[in-house]
Write a protein that binds this ligand. Structure first.
Ligand SMILES: Nc1ncnc2c1ncn2[C@@H]1O[C@H](COP(=O)(O)OP(=O)(O)OP(=O)(O)O)[C@@H](O)[C@H]1O
Length: 577
């Protein structure tokens, strides 16, 4: 986690690579500020010239040129700044998205997807304002204010004291208010994240929600999130609405005071008319950037609130890489493909779900894990993939402790088909290319045929380009699982981990799934979390898991005699649905 609140310094890494452009922007800003600061002096010369009937063509043309040059400089600066801001947003999004995909699996277990989405989308957008208005308005504002103060002190120190006093009173009120902006902005962004989460939940479970006639309640939950985001936004708006007019009033008040006192000073002959007009113009240059800087400060606070949420994400440690560069597979053919040696495991922050689990999976064998729901079977597969690290004992793949293997080398050995939603939104081709990005269409079709899904690509004129829907919803449960098996086969991994669907399949789909599993088992080691008898009886060995412990292991016919739990599961056809 990020320690404490992030400050302006946290922005440095985001801006570092734009140092060159930002220097050009700073120079342009200073030049534009300088051009602006010269204007009142020229106005004074023009006015003094008019009063003294001197020709004024010279100062007028310089004045007009300065205006044009100032406008061009500002325009170019704004463009560069906007481009830099877009660049900052782009790099942050890239970094954040990459980091999100690298987090340990345990991080996803407890986070709301919507909140993660909102950090990548909305929070990064707010960074743009920090760069465009936040930083540079403050920097140029300081220059303009400094220049104006010096010029005003030269013109009439007394009048300056009056102006500053009048401005200070009003602006300090506005300043105090704007310091609360950051907290409110963080709240508003967090509420937005909650609302996005509610929408994501409602859409991802659309069928369950519709079937449970819960759409009104879900819509109300989303609306509640939206209302909270609205309330936070309104609180922010109220605050900003106080800051803006307070600053304006302070500025207008200061103008009136200067006009009154300055008029009296002209009448008494202490200063000339040209001096007063120049002074008022300088006051404008003092007041305008002050107002802008206040606005920029507000923007900066909002942006820092967003940056805090971004930094929190980036501070989460990514998944650990393997501890050595050793690659598996060098071991002899007698080394088991997978070994569990006294493994105990607890999900982070929870009690143990596996206790002293030991078993071996010989190369080329077919093993089924069976047991009641919640016994820990899927957890065993997750530990082989090293989605989590064991609490005690050792998991070995190809004879090597999985913690010693580089993550990529370990996972290249394993094909994995998860139980729920094993298919991604997109096309058939997208799904298959996920694990085999260089495979040809012919190879993809061959893989589909291996699991008896060749017809899927022929069903539509789009062929492999046919959409499968969110989570593969346009396919049947059995087709989804078989598509996922085809995808795992394409990896060429020697060990396949398959979490069988618990749902009932019709006889045809069940036979097709059985055939697909048989294909998968050819020339591979197969570990299946099995929920149907057909899968179990075909296995070389069955490991029975109950309450996180291995209670029996052996082939089907032996276990029927030896394990009362297995006999009971087998009698109920093992189907857990
Ligand atoms: N990500 C997680 N975080 C915390 N606890 C979890 C997590 N996943 C599973 N559990 C818990 O771990 C235990 C074992 O779950 P697991 O999914 O391994 O069981 P299973 O035998 O595969 O069940 P099923 O046959 O129903 O799929 C259960 O008590 C479950 O509630």
């Amino acid at each position: 986690m990020v320690d404490g609140r992030v400050g302006l310094r946290a922005l440095t890494p985001y801006l570092n690579r734009y140092r060159g452009t930002l220097t050009v922007v700073a120079v342009l800003s200073l030049a534009a500020a300088g051009a602006a600061l010269l204007q009142p002096l020229l106005v004074r010369r023009v006015l003094d010239g008019v009063t003294a009937s001197r020709p004024i063509a010279g100062p007028v043309s310089v004045l007009v040129s300065l205006l044009l040059i100032g406008a061009a400089l500002r325009g170019f600066r704004d463009y560069l700044l906007q481009r830099t801001a877009e660049g900052v947003v782009l790099t942050t999004r890239r970094r954040l998205a990459r980091h999100l995909l690298m987090l340990p699996i345990a991080e996803y277990d407890h986070r709301r997807t919507g909140d993660l989405l909102s950090r990548v989308g909305a929070d990064t957008t707010l960074l743009r304002a920090v760069v465009t208005s936040g930083l540079f308005e403050i920097v140029t504002g300081v220059v303009m204010v400094g220049g104006a103060l010096i010029a005003m002190a030269v013109l009439d120190p007394l009048l300056l004291a009056v102006a500053v006093a009048a401005l200070a009173v009003g602006l300090s009120v506005a300043m105090l208010a704007s310091r609360r902006v950051r907290g409110l902005s963080e709240q508003a962004q967090a509420r937005l994240g909650e609302m996005t989460s509610a929408v994501e939940r409602a859409i991802s479970a659309a069928r369950t929600i519709r079937a449970g006639r819960a759409e009104e309640r879900e819509a109300a939950t989303v609306a509640e999130g939206a209302e909270q985001a609205y309330a936070a936004g309104v609180r922010l708006a109220k605050l900003e609405a106080t800051v803006g007019p307070a600053a304006d009033t302070a500025i207008q008040g200061a103008f009136l005071v200067v006009l009154g006192v300055g008029g009296a000073r002209v009448a008494s002959g202490a200063i000339g008319v040209g001096d007063l007009v120049a002074f008022i113009l300088f006051l404008f240059f003092l007041a305008m950037p002050l107002g802008q800087a206040l606005h920029a400060y507000t923007q900066l606070q909002t942006g820092l609130g967003a940056l805090q949420r971004i930094e929190e994400m980036l501070a989460l440690p990514a998944e650990k890489a393997g501890d050595s560069t050793r690659t598996p597979e060098a071991s002899g053919t007698t080394t088991p493909a997978v070994t569990f040696d006294g493994v105990s495991f607890a999900y982070p922050g929870e009690g143990l779900v596996l206790h002293d689990v030991s078993f071996e999976v010989p190369r080329g064998s077919r093993i089924a894990l069976v047991g009641p729901s919640g016994a820990g079977k899927s957890t065993i597969l997750a530990l082989i993939e090293r989605f989590y690290d064991v609490t005690g004992g050792t998991v070995r793949v190809g004879g090597h402790d999985v913690r010693d293997l580089p993550r990529d080398a370990l996972r290249a050995q394993l094909g994995y088909v998860e139980q729920e939603a094993p298919v991604l939104a997109g096309t058939l081709r997208d799904n298959l290319l996920l694990t085999a990005p260089h495979a040809t269409d012919a190879e993809l079709i061959a893989a589909l045929e291996e699991v008896n899904l060749g017809g899927l690509a022929e069903r539509s004129p789009e062929g492999l380009g046919v959409q499968v829907g969110e989570g593969g919803v346009l396919l049947s449960g059995g087709e989804r699982q078989r598509l996922a098996i085809a995808r795992a086969l394409l990896t060429g991994a020697p060990i396949l981990l398959l979490d069988e669907p618990t749902s009932n399949l019709d006889a045809r789909n069940e036979a097709a799934l059985r055939a697909a599993i048989a294909t998968a088992a050819e020339r591979r080691t197969l570990i299946v979390v099995a929920h149907r008898l057909s899968t179990v009886v075909d296995s070389d060995r069955i490991v029975v898991v109950e309450d996180g412990r291995v209670v029996a292991a052996g082939p089907h016919h032996e276990l029927l005699d030896a394990s009362p739990l297995y006999r009971e599961l087998a009698t109920h056809q093992l189907l857990v649905s």
